[in-house]
Ligand binder design. Structure first.
Ligand SMILES: Cc1cc2nc3c(=O)[nH]c(=O)nc-3n(C[C@H](O)[C@H](O)[C@H](O)COP(=O)(O)OP(=O)(O)OC[C@H]3O[C@@H](n4cnc5c(N)ncnc54)[C@H](O)[C@@H]3O)c2cc1C
Length: 437
């Protein structure tokens, strides 16, 4: 016997777009544009200070390049030499302790950077960020592309975002530009910088699996072979390496150079070229090192990794002389010992490492555009010359800059970030500037 069908829902209603109510209004004390490691650090620090926070990103996932471009290693987080100590704290402490407890980290000592580099599992980092942001009750708007900024003189009043669900207007007292491309400063009509002598190249990273760790080549051998044979495989870049994550049977391949233009059509074209270059890099590894990589398969293609495109003009520009001299600015908010790492030719990059005692510093003036009272930049779009920026855009100092941006805006309140109490800011960021270990 056939039983009667269960009651199911069938009712529909007719809806039409109502233009009058189409734009959603959101407000917060502090709005952070860009949910990369710098923006996440800024948002979590601002929430910890008791501020209401909105965090927006054009991508559909949190974590920016740290997660979505599978960067895979925290650099610039420890001082140089064999007994290096941790230079940046704040969210770095939570990430290191929580991911460490999950076995999702690997500390690599020494190597060409003369420092401790921390490899991380990008899935574990993504979940750490998602849960931290959720616990802090931050308003997150993903898939939200900044397309307009409204100013009242020297203050940004609100930003306009385009999302698949309609437009959003987000008003805030203070704003953090952690977009990497200075999207907020640019859309606010503020002066920005771009490299004057040709592009800085990005990289299509991939994770490969199915490798034999015991057979991995030395870095030196791989570098020499790439230099000699890159052209045979159609590879533009003649340097790079596959970083093995011990115990996982995977490696991160960083062997491509691709331009990252700020143009919708060209950027997409280059992203596709990047994947082709990554395939060629893996073909190189498989053919040249069959014992280690003969069975390798690409598990993940990250989003095209972007190093340096457009950045703010700050009150103070960090220079390569400051970096080499280790100038300890009185208003420093971040520090690192990471080399100058300038990817300024298709074939290779400038690599200028520093000694054990070397540290260089980022002043708050490099985060603050002079013509705006409530905007602070953080991460890879702060003000430096091309070479200086290449040495401070790694994730250790990006975390410190994000925290400093939150503190500067918190201290400014409804006033100006250019008139905050310098001693109060120094006291708040001292762990990232003075602490040893
Ligand atoms: C290939 C490569 C390898 C690297 N290797 C390392 C490494 O091993 N270790 C290390 O520490 N560092 C490394 N770096 C540097 C480091 O990864 C980045 O500089 C750092 O992650 C930058 O963080 P960020 O938060 O400033 O920017 P991002 O991570 O770039 O985040 C910016 C966010 O802003 C969003 N955004 C941009 N424009 C808009 C807009 N208009 N509207 C809305 N959202 C927008 C983007 O979607 C993005 O999510 C590498 C970089 C590259 C490219």
């Amino acid at each position: 016997m056939v039983s009667p069908p269960a009651a199911i829902k069938t009712a529909t209603r007719i809806v039409r777009r109502n233009d009058a109510g189409a734009t959603k209004q959101v407000s917060a004390d502090i709005c952070v544009v860009g949910a990369g490691i710098a923006g996440v650090s800024a948002a979590l620090e601002a929430a910890r200070l008791g501020r209401t926070v909105a965090l927006v990103d054009g991508q559909l996932a949190l974590g920016g390049q740290a997660v979505n471009s599978v960067i895979g290693t925290f650099c610039g987080l420890f001082s140089n030499g064999h007994s290096g100590y941790q230079l940046t704290h704040g969210i770095a402490d939570g990430i290191l302790s929580d991911l460490g407890a999950q076995g999702a980290l690997h500390y690599r000592h020494g190597g060409p950077s003369n420092t401790i580099v921390v490899m991380y599992d990008e899935v574990a980092l993504a979940r750490w960020i998602e849960e931290a942001v959720r616990a802090a009750d931050i308003t997150v708007i993903l898939g939200a592309v900044l397309r307009g900024v409204a100013r009242d003189g020297r203050r940004i009043r609100e930003i306009e975002l385009a999302t698949r669900y309609g437009d959003v207007r987000l008003a805030a007292t203070g704003f953090v530009d952690a977009s990497g491309d200075a999207a907020l400063a640019w859309n606010a009509g503020l002066a920005c910088r771009e490299p004057a002598d040709g592009p800085i190249y990005g990289t299509q990273m991939v994770v490969i699996e199915g490798i034999d760790e015991a057979e991995q080549p030395t870095r030196e051998d791989c570098a020499a072979r790439l230099k000699q044979k890159a052209k045979d495989y159609g590879l533009t870049r003649e340097s790079g390496f596959a970083f093995v994550f011990p115990g996982k049977g995977t490696a991160l391949v960083n062997m491509t150079h691709v331009e990252t233009p700020l143009d919708a059509v060209e950027a997409t074209k280059k992203a596709l070229e990047g994947k082709d270059q990554a395939d060629r890099a893996v073909a190189f590894l498989k053919a040249e090192y069959p014992k280690a990589f003969g069975n390798a398969r690409i598990r993940t293609y990250g989003a095209l990794g972007i190093r340096q495109t457009r950045w703010i003009v700050g009150r103070q520009q960090l220079t390569v002389e400051d970096v080499r001299a280790g100038t300890h600015f009185p208003d420093a908010v971040a520090r690192t010992g990471w080399p100058i790492e300038l990817h300024d030719t298709p074939q290779g990059h400038v690599w200028e490492p520093f000694g054990d005692d070397h540290l260089h510093y980022v002043p708050i003036g490099s985060l603050t555009p002079a013509d705006c009272d409530n905007l602070v930049a953080a991460g890879r779009c702060i003000d430096g010359d091309v070479a200086a920026l290449s040495s401070v855009r790694v994730m250790g100092p990006c975390i410190a800059m994000g925290a400093a941006a939150a503190h500067a805006l918190d201290l400014a309140g409804a006033g100006s970030v250019h008139q905050i109490d310098a001693a109060a800011l120094a006291a708040r960021v001292k762990d990232n500037v003075e602490r040893r270990g």
